[in-house]
Write a protein that binds this ligand. Structure first.
Ligand SMILES: [Zn+2]
Length: 396
C-alpha cells in the first residue's frame, strides 16, 4: 500500500485538490483520492509527503521507438527519405543485445519524466522485454515491413512468429499489437493481410500515416523520392489517386482503435474518415518539425472528435523524450496539455478505463513533480516520483 500527499493533486477528471492525497491499495489500484484529511492512512501503507509538489496521473507517451534509444544523434541525414534509409542501415548494424539495452535506457528515461505508459512501435520486441524485466506498463506494436508484394509471405510469417512470442509476455499491464510500418514500406497486399490478421486475432494496430509530403506524392501520383527509391529496388509503383488516409481506409487498415501516427498531411475529408472509422491519432509535433513535415492540424483533428494523444517518436528524431515539450510546441495551455498527456493519451490507446486519471478503482499509475512557482502546471520535466500499478519505479 502506498499513500502519497502532495501540495496539489490533479485527478484530471475532477478539479485540482489543494493539499491532496492518493491511497493506492495492495492490489495496485487507487483506493482513495481527495483532500489529505479525508484520505485514509492505514498503518501498513508506505507514506510519502511532497508538500511543494504536484501529483498527476502517470503520463502516457503514445508513440515511442525505445529500442532505438542508442541512435540518439547518430543520423545526420536532412532529407527524410534518406533519413529513413539511414535508420534501416543503423538498425541492421545493431547487435541484438544493444536493442535491449537501448529499450531499458529509454524506459527508465520515460519513468524519470513521469511517463508510466508507453506505446512502442518496434521490430525487435526489446521494449516488451524491458517492460517485463522492470515491471512497466505499455503496448508494444510489432512492426512489419515489406514494400514488395513478393515479400508478403515472409513478412507475415515473421510477424505471426513475433506476435506469438510477445503474447507470451503480455499481461493486463503489457499489451501486444501490430504495426505495418508505413505506406512507403508496406505493400498493398501486406497491408490487407496485416489488417485481416489484426482483426481476426483482436490485435490493436498502429501505423505511421500521412507524415510527409513525399508519402502523399507516392500514394497519390506514384511519384517522388519514395517512388524512385522503390523502383530502383525493382518494386512496381502505381498511383492511387487519393490521400494516404483514403488509401489505408480502402485497404481495411482504418478500424476502431487503429492508432494513426503523425497525420500531418490530412484534409477535412481525411479527418472525417478517421472519425467515421474511430481511428485515434498520435501527435508527434517535434518529430514532424525536425523532419520539416509541417504542422499537423491537431486542433481541427481534436475538434472533429478524434481521440488524440501525444508521442515523442524516437530520439533519432527528437532531442529527448520530454512529452511536456511536445505539448508546449503545439501551443497547448497547461491544463489542456495535462489532459492530452494523461486521459486523452489513454483514450487514444483504448486504455482509458484503467489509466489516465486519478479515480478510485483505476490503476495506481501516477507521477509527482516539483514546481516553482509551486502548484502550477506545467511542471519541470523531471519527476520526483513515478509509480506504476502501485509500485515505485522511479524516485529522484
Ligand atoms: Zn515513429
Amino acid at each position: 500500500m502506498l499513500r502519497i500527499r502532495a501540495g496539489v493533486v490533479f485527478p484530471v477528471t475532477a478539479p485540482p485538490i489543494e493539499d491532496g492525497a492518493v491511497l493506492v491499495g495492495a492490489d495496485g489500484r487507487i483506493a482513495a483520492v481527495g483532500p489529505h484529511a479525508r484520505v485514509p492512512a492505514p498503518r501498513e501503507a508506505e507514506r510519502l509527503e511532497f508538500p511543494g509538489a504536484i501529483l498527476t496521473p502517470g503520463l502516457v507517451n503514445v508513440h515511442t521507438h525505445l529500442e532505438l534509444t542508442h541512435l540518439a544523434g547518430r543520423n545526420g541525414e536532412k532529407d527524410f527519405v534518406k533519413w529513413i534509409a539511414r535508420v534501416r542501415e543503423l538498425k541492421e548494424a545493431t547487435p541484438p543485445e544493444e536493442f535491449l539495452a537501448a529499450a531499458e535506457r529509454g524506459l527508465r528515461d520515460c519513468w524519470g519524466r513521469g511517463v508510466t505508459c508507453i506505446a512502442e512501435t518496434g521490430s525487435t520486441g526489446a521494449a516488451m522485454e524491458a517492460l517485463v524485466r522492470f515491471g512497466g506498463r505499455g503496448i508494444v506494436f510489432q512492426e512489419v515491413f515489406g514494400p514488395s508484394p513478393a515479400q508478403v509471405a515472409t513478412s507475415m510469417a515473421e510477424l505471426e512468429q513475433q506476435v506469438l512470442r510477445l503474447r507470451r509476455l503480455a499481461t493486463s499491464q503489457r499489451r501486444v499489437g501490430v504495426s505495418p510500418h508505413a505506406p512507403y514500406t508496406v505493400s498493398e497486399s501486406l497491408f490487407r493481410r496485416v489488417a485481416r490478421f489484426a482483426q481476426q486475432d483482436g490485435l490493436p494496430l498502429a501505423v505511421h500515416l500521412a507524415e510527409s509530403q513525399e508519402e502523399s506524392e507516392l500514394i497519390r501520383y506514384g511519384a517522388g523520392p519514395f517512388a524512385e527509391s522503390l523502383r530502383a529496388r525493382g518494386i512496381a509503383v502505381e498511383p492511387h489517386h487519393c490521400s494516404p488516409v483514403q488509401y489505408l481506409r480502402e485497404l481495411g487498415v482504418l478500424r476502431p482503435g487503429t492508432l494513426a501516427i503523425h497525420c500531418v498531411q490530412v484534409d477535412d475529408a481525411d479527418m472525417q474518415t478517421l472519425k467515421t472509422n474511430r481511428v485515434a491519432v498520435a501527435h508527434c509535433p517535434r518529430s514532424n518539425r525536425a523532419h520539416a513535415h509541417g504542422w499537423a492540424p491537431i486542433s481541427a483533428v481534436r475538434d472533429a472528435g478524434i481521440p488524440v494523444g501525444i508521442g515523442t517518436d524516437s530520439v533519432a528524431s527528437v532531442p529527448d523524450l520530454d512529452v511536456w515539450a511536445e505539448a508546449r510546441v503545439s501551443w497547448f495551455g497547461a491544463d489542456e496539455a495535462l489532459r492530452l498527456l494523461t486521459l486523452d493519451g489513454a483514450r487514444a490507446l483504448g486504455w482509458e478505463r484503467d489509466i489516465g486519471s486519478l479515480e478510485t478503482g483505476k490503476a495506481g499509475d501516477l507521477a509527482v513533480f516539483a514546481h516553482s512557482p509551486p502548484h502550477r502546471l506545467p511542471p519541470p520535466p523531471a519527476a520526483l516520483l513515478t509509480v506504476v500499478g502501485g509500485r515505485i519505479v522511479h524516485r529522484a
